[in-house]
Ligand binder design. Structure first.
Ligand code: TPP
Length: 396
């Protein structure tokens, strides 16, 4: 089955999920690539031909109630335990690739554990974990090509981990220590290098680019989704902007892979945008500055950590095929822990860039107001030099 078929089929199955009137169905589902509507050829007796309307007539006086609508369905390949539901949709990736995906998902998880702890020990100032969202990072990174560009968000470190940028990524994280804001200064040398040169033709998150992936992890810091919007998530907004849209189970790495591959094909071949809403759950706190027990129950978090976890699902899938077992898992986790610790130690030994880059890397010509702030900081750092670890920074 081609990728486009996967995407189309995902939509064609949606009618059963919609209980509301046809008008609602029409307005919420995106136009698929083959779907060319020609208003002028329709009779206004058959269908309304108002400019701006794409639906049908109805003689029922019926308000569209949000709770009567099941929403755009969530495409998945595996069930919550990691068993394939429809063999046609199994991308049948080669063993080496699946092993790589599993190893990268677990590397991200290991990075999260070690760096989160190191923040608690005061070795870095700030960190954001990706617990529970590993499938969205790795499934999408695996489906893209070397030449594609990725604009990753802060909770998308797995996109870097997937390829050879693990150390660079950790280097960025390593630089977080002492001053969280430093990371922005680092972007020119590390972050942008990671983001910008990762691949070559720009996809994923925050992109107004041709393909945008969005992780819906249930929260924006402490605000749960039910306080963020009343409609059907983010995917429902895609069609209203004229964007082909799909919703996917973000904890199913194979589904994310299929959907990203299909979306990339539409974007590249048809040069039009595609939106992916990957449904997942943020198991970790928003950041090391957050305590999520203040706004959600421990039981809720435990539920997501112990069921449908993307790493566990992929592991079951691989174990079923004889690609992975407990002994290998144990060896790999030990090895992975060593790799992350070594990269972290190497990052800690690096001299940090000149702190003035915090001011100098934004504008080609620094505005007077920013220069004044930089000079004020220069005076401050000079006066209180003994309070700052200045020798750890270049330019001193
Ligand atoms: C313009 C702006 N306003 C506010 C913030 C502060 N802020 C940082 S992260 C965040 C929440 C983002 O939530 P979401 O997009 O759901 O991503 P998640 O953290 O769940 O991965 C906010 C409000 C910001 N970074 N930029």
């Amino acid at each position: 089955m081609s990728c486009l078929q996967v995407l189309r089929q995902a939509y064609s199955g949606s009618s059963g999920a919609l209980r509301c009137c046809a008008a609602l169905t029409c307005s919420l589902l995106p136009q698929l690539p083959t779907h060319k509507r020609n208003a002028s050829s329709r009779s206004s007796e058959d269908r309304p031909n108002f400019p701006g309307s794409k639906s049908s007539w109805t003689e029922k006086l019926e308000f569209v109630q949000p709770d009567l609508y099941d929403g755009i369905p969530v495409y998945r390949v595996m069930d919550t335990k990691g068993k394939i539901i429809s063999p046609d949709h199994d991308p049948q990736l080669p063993k080496e690739m699946l092993v790589k995906m599993y190893e990268k998902m677990t590397t991200l998880n290991m990075m999260d554990r070690i760096l989160y702890e190191s923040q608690r020990q005061g070795r870095i100032s700030f960190y954001m974990t990706s617990y529970g969202e590993e499938g969205t990072h790795i499934g999408s990174a695996a489906a893209l090509e070397e030449k594609d560009w990725i604009y990753g968000q802060y909770r998308e470190a797995g996109m870097w981990v997937y390829d050879q940028y693990r150390e660079a990524g950790l280097w960025v994280y390593g630089q977080y220590r002492e001053a969280g804001l430093w990371v922005y200064g680092q972007y020119r040398e590390a972050g942008l290098w990671v983001y910008g040169q990762y691949r070559e033709a720009g996809l994923w998150v925050y992109g107004q680019y041709r393909e945008a992936g969005l992780r819906n992890n249930g929260y924006a810091i402490s605000t749960p989704t039910h306080e963020q919007y009343r409609g059907d998530g983010v995917a429902a907004r895609g069609p209203s902007y004229g964007i082909a849209t799909i919703r996917v189970d973000g904890n199913d790495v194979l589904a994310v892979y299929n959907v990203t591959k299909a979306a990339r094909q539409i974007a590249v071949q048809e040069n039009r945008p595609v939106l992916i809403e990957a449904m997942t759950y943020r198991i970790g706190h928003h950041s090391t500055s957050d305590d999520s027990s203040a706004y959600r129950s421990v039981d809720e978090v435990r539920h997501w950590d112990s069921t449908q976890h993307p790493i566990a699902r992929l592991r079951t899938y691989m174990a079923d095929r004889g690609y992975w077992d407990d002994a290998r898992d144990k060896r790999w986790k030990e090895d992975c822990q060593k790799q992350v610790m070594q990269a972290f130690a190497a990052a800690e030994r690096r001299v940090k860039p000149d702190w003035r880059e915090l001011f100098s890397d934004v504008y080609a010509d620094m505005p007077a107001s920013l220069r004044a702030q930089m000079e004020e900081m220069e005076r401050h750092v000079k006066e209180y030099e003994d309070c700052y670890p200045t020798t750890k920074f270049s330019g001193h």
